[in-house]
Design a protein around this ligand. Sequence first.
Ligand code: SF4
Ligand code: SF4
Ligand code: FES
Length: 324
Amino acid sequence: MRLTFTIQRFNPEVDASPYPQDIRLDVGRGMTVLDALIRIKQECDGSLAVRYSCRSAICGSCAMTINGSEKLACRTSLRKELERHGHITVAPLRNLPVIKDLVVDMASFWEKIRDVHPWLVSEARPPQVGVAGQTGVRDQATPQFHNVDACIMCGACVAACTVHEVSKGFAGPAALAKADRFLSDPRDSPSATSARLSALQDEDGIWDCTRCNFCVEVCPKDVKPMEAIVRLRRASLERGFTTTGGARHILGFTDLVEQQGRLNEAIMPLKVVGFAPRGLLRILPLGLKMLLKGKIPNPLGHAIPGLSQLQALLRRVRRASPPA
Ligand code: SF4
Ligand code: SF4
Ligand code: FES
């Protein structure tokens, strides 16, 4: 079968902007997008830049945008893409600088991974008694990594992240998932865990995620970075990191639901910004708009029926999951 591939080409040294190039190639059954790109490079245009290594979905180097979504080219079947989209378009990962054609610069990605200190910090070294001793340490502590350690650092989640798209400083799903992996490891010292969580409270940290779920959808290894971020948020609240806007939003939300049985939009902004004059001034225009549109319920409104059952339920949930 002869197929047309539309490949985004761009050489920053000579091109003013990226442009699509159509290349026709005879393809066989069972080929992947990476198989086709390698043949295009060998048979049609040797100047095409494409990065790959393992060809087995292990090294993470062949992530790119295929028919509009982030995928590993080496595990993307041509047949399935054709069945779903009727054509094959290939472009580099989004929101990362292009070095050439399908190859992006991953420097910012690695910098963010380094920023979360992806190594164990233990206060006392485990006894050096050989392999058996090391196994003993592992047996005592059975870490739950929630599959986060399956990450192959392909960058697909970062390219798909809606926050990274508008805010390049955002730590991003891969680095935050990596932070969660070390937070889940009981061999990490308590002071290191606290330091990790403290650093993640800053701007561009865990509270910037909008929970759009795109990182979960595109991850080829089922790492579920957004769920890792939720675990980091929960751990932060349990350890008393409650002063950020994001933390105050969650706590204010649950307080209101517990007190009144529902969200009260008149009080919620105050729960987030508090009574600080600068914060109040910032939310005043929004409050006025909501008032004019009738969106502010009576702050002293009656509680909803069944509130006592809801409160009993919340108490049971708290008892079932005591703070760490
Ligand atoms: S869920 Fe959060 S981290 Fe994941 S893609 Fe969306 S904004 Fe980014
Ligand atoms: S979390 Fe998934 S998508 Fe993100 S870098 Fe790791 S393997 Fe790739
Ligand atoms: S070439 Fe290694 S993951 Fe695709």
